[in-house]
Design a protein around this ligand. Structure first.
Ligand code: CP
Length: 302
């Protein structure tokens, strides 16, 4: 198959190559397709950044983008994801990005040799978000130039976060030192494999990167968590906590941000925030990901 669905596919060498190529695209590099290539972005969960930046990346690569609206599609009549995608393939689409609430939705597609389109996973439930992980890595690399021994604390709703899961896997593979902070009920036993649970106050003066996560209210019952104000006081990046960080430290958030919950509103666009830079980098990283996959199909001119 020709797909990026999980960070488990990423070797350190591939991460480095994709970051280099994304940085080149950001500096103005271009690429040429060997024939017209058609893309469609199928989002069965809401999105602003990922959807828009995949479309921007596809257009910058010279691809034609066809519109897809999940609510107005025949999935509302019961058509399966597999049949929807095979329909799109039969119509002539070459590349699809898919966001879906079901973890691992892509496994049956990859096992079906009649599914022949290029697939990029744009987020599956609480599973994986590989393009977000790669744009986060690009943003960290632009800042520090390496990953080995960088200290990264991932903070907040870890259990429900595909961003946290993807990032902890690759950052630890790249040699970063990982810490986790937040409510204990949001830790999963698997996290112990990648890092250490810490008290946020204790670790802040040491870390290079604070990776904040959105509280995913849509993935659990409203009464199962702290109030927003209590979360902010106990685990949020407050102005007082930000003041404990090294001047060289940065903070990331995949966004959308719940202002004054995960992060004080004054810190969202503060000098040490890279939140909007992450979004800019997302376009160039998605160009690099799609180009890499199209190269394997000989759809990129050399
Ligand atoms: N970071 C991210 O995935 O944002 P969207 O849900 O807006 O795409």
């Amino acid at each position: 198959y020709n797909a990026l669905v999980s960070v488990e596919q990423l070797t350190n060498k591939l991460v480095t190559n994709l970051i280099d190529r994304a940085i080149a695209f950001k500096s103005g590099a271009t690429t040429k397709l060997t024939r017209p290539v058609y893309a469609m972005n199928l989002f069965f969960e809401n999105s602003t950044r990922t959807h828009t930046s995949f479309e921007m990346a596809e257009r910058k690569l010279g691809m034609t983008v066809l519109d897809f609206n999940a609510q107005a599609s025949s999935t509302s009549k019961g058509e399966t994801l597999s049949d929807t995608l095979k329909t799109v393939q039969a119509i002539g689409v070459d590349v699809v990005t898919v966001r879906h609430p079901q973890n691992d939705y892509y496994q049956p597609l990859l096992a079906d040799n009649r599914f022949q389109m290029t697939l990029v996973n744009a987020g599956d439930g609480s599973g994986q978000h590989p393009s977000q992980c790669l744009l986060d890595l690009m943003t960290i690399f632009e800042e520090f130039g390496h990953f080995t021994d960088l200290k990264v604390v991932i903070c907040g709703d870890l259990r429900h976060s595909r961003v946290a899961r993807s990032n902890m896997q690759v950052l630890s593979q790249l040699g970063a030192i990982l810490y986790f902070a937040g409510p204990a009920e949001w830790f999963a036993p698997e996290f112990a494999h990648y890092g250490q649970v810490v008290d946020l106050e204790r670790i802040l003066p040491e870390v290079d990167v604070v990776m904040l996560l959105r509280i995913q209210h849509e993935r659990f019952a409203a009464d199962a968590t702290l109030s927003d104000a209590a979360f902010h006081t106990q685990y949020g990046l407050t102005i007082a906590r930000a003041a404990q960080l090294k001047p060289s430290a940065i903070w990331l958030h995949p966004a959308p941000v719940n202002r004054d919950v995960e992060i004080a509103t004054e810190l969202v666009e503060a000098p040490q925030s890279r939140i909007f830079k992450q979004m800019t980098n997302g376009v160039f990283m998605r160009m690099a990901i799609i180009e890499h996959l199209l190269e394997q199909r000989h759809l990129i001119q050399h």
